[in-house]
Design a protein around this ligand. Structure first.
Ligand code: ATP
Ligand code: MG
Length: 360
């Protein structure tokens, strides 16, 4: 079953004025129920305009040509609009700005109350939503949302959305402005929400590490058009396309490209630090065996541990460990896609050039 089916959708802002702007240009997109889709694209590419069509905040301008069907309902149909607002939970950037009530409980209860649910069901949902976002009901229910920390405010705002138990959760840059710990917690929460509350998730993000870690499908927009659509490692393996769209690569993929310049060829399908670590480990193991020494795990750990410093570490360690590939005359050991996915055990007997077709 498709959670979302968009056909021939275009959207123009300020039509007929000098500021006219074609924000969406003939979008066709189906999203299967249960998928985690990352919507990526440079600033101004149309991501927010697109997602606002999913709960009728923006209506298709040309109802004859285009259609937006969400959960089997036509988003342009006034009669279904209210239900749609409950079924599609929208978490906008900085959702905490939308907090309004004088207590956390009232704020989170606003959506379920609007759904005209019985009082005990509203109360059950408020409790569940607060617990799900990691806020203790007894501690927070009576507090003013405005007295909370930034991260807590955001959790309350998200609780307000998930208290409606939407089938589809749409998040527009949900971790913007949070510190690293807050980011990590919220991203983990989004995964939990998918399991427990909203089976279909659409995440708008500029952070390609988050996309690589979370999404099972990436849809990339450029100038209002879909220019890439596929599994993250497929999309990110097309380096030229990613550059053309004006996006970054995941950190691990950037390191792969840096290492390639130094003569170490790894699969272009590596997108997470864990995969990079596996790939490097397999090379080092092979080298160590050849040299009869145990240049080892600690060194690789130092290179790959912690996304933040990974690039820096690799550069610092160039001389020491990694750049000697060509100089020492070792044949390079391309790491296949399979190994990139964690199959390092067979490496010892691997004769080197592996398949995959993507290796340079
Ligand atoms: N209310 C508006 N009036 C006029 N033009 C708009 C309006 N909102 C967006 N646009 C324009 O439409 C295009 C798409 O904007 P949109 O906000 O959908 O992009 P986005 O991909 O979400 O960007 P960002 O990553 O910066 O959030 C941009 O060129 C933008 O300037
Ligand atoms: Mg936007």
């Amino acid at each position: 079953m498709q959670a979302v089916e968009i056909k021939n959708l275009s959207f123009v802002y300020s039509k007929g004025t000098p500021n006219e702007k074609l924000a969406l240009d003939n979008i066709n997109l189906s999203i299967e129920e249960g998928s985690f889709v990352a919507l990526i694209g440079a600033t101004g590419s149309g991501k927010s305009t697109l997602i606002q069509h999913l709960n009728g905040l923006i209506k298709p301008q040309d109802k004859k040509q285009s259609s937006v069907i969400v959960g089997g309902k036509n988003a342009a149909d006034k009669k279904t609009l209210k239900t749609l607002r409950f079924e599609v939970g929208m978490v906008f950037q900085y959702p905490e700005y939308q907090l309004f009530a004088d207590t956390v409980e009232k704020d989170v209860a606003f959506g379920p109350k609007n759904m005209k649910l019985p009082a005990d069901e509203v109360s059950r949902r408020v409790k569940r939503a607060l617990e799900t976002v990691g806020l203790d009901y007894n501690e927070f229910a009576e507090r003013s949302p405005f007295d909370l920390s930034g991260g807590e405010k955001r959790r309350v705002a998200i609780a307000g959305v998930i208290a409606m138990e939407p089938k589809i959760l749409v998040l527009d840059e949900p971790v913007a402005g949070l510190d690293p710990a807050g980011r990590a917690e919220l991203l983990a929460l989004i995964k939990t929400l998918q399991k427990e509350v909203s089976p279909t998730v659409i995440l708008v993000s500029h952070n390609m590490d988050d996309v690589a870690a979370l999404a099972d499908r990436v849809v990339a927009l450029k100038d209002g058009r879909i220019v890439a659509d596929g599994a993250p490692r497929d999309v990110f393996s097309h380096r030229g396309l990613i550059m053309d769209i004006g996006l970054d690569l995941p950190t691990a993929a950037r390191i792969v490209d840096k290492l390639e310049k130094k003569g170490i060829t790894l699969s272009k399908r590596i997108i997470t630090m864990a995969e990079l670590k596996d790939a490097l480990l397999s090379i080092f193991k092979k080298r160590a065996k050849k040299r009869g020494n145990n240049m080892g795990y600690a060194q690789i750990n130092a290179v790959t541990d912690g996304d933040k410093n990974a690039d820096k570490n690799v550069e610092e360690r160039d001389e020491a460990s990694l750049v000697d590939e060509k100089a020492k005359g070792d044949e390079s050991s391309p790491v296949s896609d399979e190994k990139a996915e964690g199959d390092g055990a067979k490496d010892e007997n691997d004769s080197g050039s592996a398949g995959g077709g993507e290796d340079v």
